[in-house]
Design a protein around this ligand. Structure first.
Ligand SMILES: C[S@@+](CC[C@H](N)C(=O)[O-])C[C@H]1O[C@@H](n2cnc3c(N)ncnc32)[C@H](O)[C@@H]1O
Length: 255
């Protein structure tokens, strides 16, 4: 088994079924960090400005135990598809989609509160905005590399293309497949770690490609109109990991 940094670890070779969703959620999404707030705010305003029409279907690729990309799409959608490769993450997501209780240290209301600062969200959220997860989310096991073409009206892919392989070709291919899956004109948001060459989830190593702003721009430019890549400083006094920053790509699927 290929393992460890400095060696090529293809997406299919990493141990995705050892990904521990509860550990990851507590590590990253116990509260709204400054970087999450910036990502949510930019994504929210982009989707509100380019809201898809009635009956729209959303796509979040590789959600893991992070519900905030789905929350950012749910008010505009009749359904949001979560396509996830790891069986442990699929099980975690299915429990949320079934309306089962959150775990200790898991609270998505503060993430929703950031979204609801925009009137388009506040108006569409209803009395119980978090119920939208149980009402509209469909969880499907699958891979970004197998997505069908032009099926979704709005899409998110957060910390996936850069964080599922150490092979640079798989980074470009994952971005291409994600954008290819959206209908022309669909608004999208894609978040990336900048400068990561791997990460651990509860002691298990997962691969990453050390991407930078220019690589992200290259990956999206042929398939995205009006796109921008926004640097997101990590942490705000609490960097997620030393030397690692983030970026958020926003745009509309070209075509
Ligand atoms: C670094 S985590 C990001 C999780 C989450 N999107 C977030 O914002 O924190 C990478 C995610 O990609 C998933 N993944 C790995 N390979 C994938 C593939 N081929 N297709 C779709 N998702 C994949 C992993 O299971 C994991 O949930």
């Amino acid at each position: 088994m290929l393992r460890g940094r400095g060696k090529t670890l293809y997406n299919a070779d990493a141990e995705w079924d050892r990904f521990r969703p509860n550990w990851y959620q507590r590590r990253h999404y116990r509260s709204v960090r400054d970087d999450d707030r910036r990502i949510l705010t930019h994504t929210r305003d982009h989707f509100a400005a380019h809201a898809p029409g009635e009956g729209a279907v959303g796509l979040d690729v590789g959600p893991g135990p992070n519900l905030y990309p789905a929350l950012a799409m749910l008010p505009f959608c009749s359904r949001v598809d979560l396509i996830e490769y790891s069986s442990t993450n699929v099980q975690w997501l299915q429990r949320r989609a079934a309306g089962l209780e959150a775990d200790d240290g898991e609270d998505w209301a503060p993430f929703w509160a950031v979204l609801a600062e925009n009137a388009a969200y506040a108006e569409r959220g209803g009395d119980q905005p978090l119920r939208q997860v149980a009402d509209k989310v469909v969880v499907t096991p699958g891979s970004v590399f197998d997505l069908p073409e032009a099926q979704w009206d709005v899409g998110t892919m957060f910390f996936v293309a850069c964080s599922i392989s150490s092979e640079v070709d798989e980074f470009y291919e994952a971005v291409r497949c994600f954008l290819h899956a959206l209908r022309p004109g669909a608004p999208f948001a894609a978040a990336f770690m900048i400068g990561s060459d791997g990460y651990q989830v509860d002691g298990v190593e997962f691969p990453a490609v050390r991407v930078g702003q220019t690589m992200i721009e290259e990956a999206i430019r042929d398939m995205a109109g009006d796109a921008k890549v926004i640097p997101i400083p990590s942490g705000g006094g609490d960097p997620l990991r030393d030397g690692v920053e983030m970026a958020l790509a926003l745009g509309l699927r070209a075509g």
